[in-house]
Design a protein around this ligand. Sequence first.
Ligand SMILES: O=C(O)CCC(=O)C(=O)O
Ligand SMILES: [Fe+2]
Length: 236
Amino acid sequence: MTSGRRSPFTTRLDRPVLRRALAEEGVVVLRDVLRPSLRDRFSEIARCARVAAQPRDLIMPGFETPRRMSTIGGREIRRRLPELAAFYDDDQLLGELSALVGRRLYRATHADECIVMNFLNGSGQTHGWHVDDPDFALVIVVETPPPERGGTVELIRSFDRDALFRGSLETFDEKEELYLQSGDLYFLHASQILHRVTPLRDAHGERIAINFAFDTKPIQVYGDTASILYGEAATC
Ligand SMILES: O=C(O)CCC(=O)C(=O)O
Ligand SMILES: [Fe+2]
């Protein structure tokens, strides 16, 4: 549908260096890659939208980790923020991300989880440890505090799901931190790598991220967590 349209990116994503990094690390940080006009527009949209975000404060069943944050789910985004939906629906984006992964990707079919906005506001707000149902996440970090103020992305590559379900997260010492600045994107193999956003340390701290979800299968079976965090379950 988008042939002839401008790429959302300033550079091609299927460069060998990025492909290799994603294959080896399960994540790539994409700095200065989103066209500045889009980056600024998304930032403006996110800042306006935050008043409409739903506050959440719960322990997510499964890994039993906290969600102290505000959210806007895909259904609401499709209704009210068509520019984000257009970015997600762009076949050129899908093609570039598929090339980066080295296999065909599909947009997530979960109406709430396909595109989500996550807002952390103030001390203690956090998006606790989890894996995503969709396989890959393209995350735009609209706003993030300096790392010493919290709100950093931490990753655990290899983990024992059973141990996690028994609630032994504290035993992990193999955490890695992603170094991110406001305006960065990252692309994460989110169904395989355990990840979280650490609690903000500052009463006035703020973090905003937009997550666009992609699957390796056209139809995916989703659990309940997205509906708990982002709204009701349905199909995009
Ligand atoms: O905010 C982030 O950087 C991560 C978002 C995330 O993990 C998610 O939406 O599933
Ligand atoms: Fe996630």
